[in-house]
Design a protein around this ligand. Structure first.
Ligand code: ASP
Length: 380
């Protein structure tokens, strides 16, 4: 097919490769939708702290909203494909659940039993999924740059589920939703990102997103693991120590140590003996119980998972009332629903009627909800 006859690729705004590509208004819409869908979902399950009984269904504004959504009718039989070339539990399952809750058909490529084992490359695999009708393809790779793959697709939107050490946009969005539930706004809040900033794509996405939402980002951890090769660490404040970062923080995001990504140079910088370095990690840089005691009572503890217990975070701290690790997982499903709604170009009834979606979860201002929409509730 000549270039002139080629269908135009999908809109860059349907894809999510880098949060830098999305205007703030789109980021806000995704957070608002995720918060609203979470509230609706919990009410529908009778889990709402607003105490609605199941029998109330249809009699309140909130429930009729839920009915209005009727995901399966809105979305029809849309198709979402998952293509994870790197292992995952939370991200893969939550994308799958998200797509199903939107009423889409989902295919999950089992890389180990796919033609990738015969040498088929990523681009060809994605083109195959697109040819089967996938309109959104959720991709995780060890490769940092997903852009060429996204641009090669003609109809499907590529949604990053984590790219090498470069970005993990949906993790940053769900972390932000989790913080917004507690704070209403991130304006002026201090977020400490602790640990292996160098290899973490989660840290990379936070370095992009948090400053745009008005938060102050503070990095702390082993000096050899703070400098990123993309130079982005330089855009954040470097705390003199983990203790000081925690004392200053409204929220602490503890990162997983990316042992699998350590190069020979990294290992040498950590003193050569990585096991020895890890044995002392909790005491030197991790969120031990004494260090957690330095965090303010209203502070939050987050970790993208999987957590390495008693290395990055002491087991005892898992039960700390400030810990939001399970809430992050819960929020991941709703954030990914909202991201897939962008990828599938699904608009809400309000948008179709031409009115703006009301802000349920404002990241600027005082966090109060506008009339008609509850503020994103606190779930502990
Ligand atoms: N699950 C997150 C990721 O895939 C965090 C991590 O594994 O460190 O990046």
């Amino acid at each position: 097919m000549t270039d002139a006859r080629r269908p135009k690729g999908v809109s860059a705004l349907r894809a999510l490769i880098s949060l830098d590509d999305w205007p703030l208004a789109q980021i806000r819409r995704v957070l608002r939708r995720a918060a609203a869908w979470k509230a609706a979902f919990k009410r529908a399950r009778g889990e709402s702290e607003f105490g609605r009984m199941a029998e109330d269904k249809g009699t309140t504004g909130a429930f009729s909203k839920w009915d209005e959504m009727r995901f399966e009718r809105t979305v029809g039989r849309r198709t979402v494909a998952l293509a994870f070339f790197e292992p995952s539990t939370r991200t893969r399952l939550s994308f799958e659940l998200a797509a199903k809750r939107l009423g889409a058909d989902v295919v999950d490529l089992d890389v180990g039993r796919s033609s990738v084992q015969k040498g088929e490359d990523i681009a060809e695999t994605l083109a195959t999924l697109e040819a089967m009708g996938a309109e959104a393809i959720v991709v995780r790779t060890t490769i940092d740059d997903l852009r060429p793959y996204g641009e090669a697709l003609q109809r499907a939107a590529l949604v990053s589920a984590g790219a090498g050490m470069a970005e993990h946009p949906t993790q940053a969005l769900l972390d932000v939703l989790t913080m917004l539930e507690a704070f209403g706004s991130l304006e002026g809040k201090t977020v400490a990102v602790i640990g292996d900033v160098r290899h973490s794509r989660v840290a990379a996405s936070h370095l992009r997103l948090l400053p745009r939402l008005g938060a102050r980002l503070v990095l702390a951890g082993p000096p050899a693991l703070l400098e990123r090769e993309d130079g982005r660490s330089a855009t954040a404040i470097r705390a003199p120590s983990v203790d000081e970062a925690i004392e200053a923080a409204d929220a602490v995001i503890v990162l997983r140590l990316q042992k699998e990504r350590l190069t020979a140079v990294d290992r040498a910088m950590l003193g050569g003996d990585v096991d020895r370095f890890l044995a002392r990690y909790l005491e030197r840089y991790g969120l031990s119980a004494p260090r957690a005691a330095r965090l303010k009572p209203s502070g939050l503890i987050l970790h993208p998972g999987p957590v390495w217990p008693d290395v990055e975070i002491a087991r005892a701290v898992f039960d700390d009332p400030r810990a939001r690790i399970r809430v992050q997982v819960e929020n991941g499903v709703f954030v990914r629903m909202a991201v897939l709604a962008e990828a599938l170009a699904i608009s809400s009834p309000e948008e179709e009627a031409g009115s703006a979606v009301p802000a349920a979860c404002s990241e600027t201002g005082d966090g109060r909800a506008p009339v008609g929409v509850e503020r994103a509730p606190h779930y502990t």
